[in-house]
Design a protein around this ligand. Structure first.
Ligand SMILES: [Zn+2]
Length: 57
């Protein structure tokens, strides 16, 4: 991961520097890495726990 990298939330589109996004949730769906910001991770935590695959949205 580059320090200069900008990470985009796969759910709401929020962008943050990679260093800040270390606390984000990472998920791999269908071979693609998805990143979710802290807010979305928290809001979707139950759904993600219930459906760890790609159908929760
Ligand atoms: Zn988000």
């Amino acid at each position: 991961m580059n320090d200069d990298e900008t990470v985009t939330c796969s759910y709401c589109g929020t962008q943050a520097p990679a260093a800040e996004a270390l606390s984000w949730t990472t998920a791999v769906e269908r071979g693609r890495q998805q990143r979710f910001c802290v807010t979305c991770s928290r809001e979707n935590l139950r759904a993600m726990e219930g459906k760890l695959d790609s159908e929760w949205w």
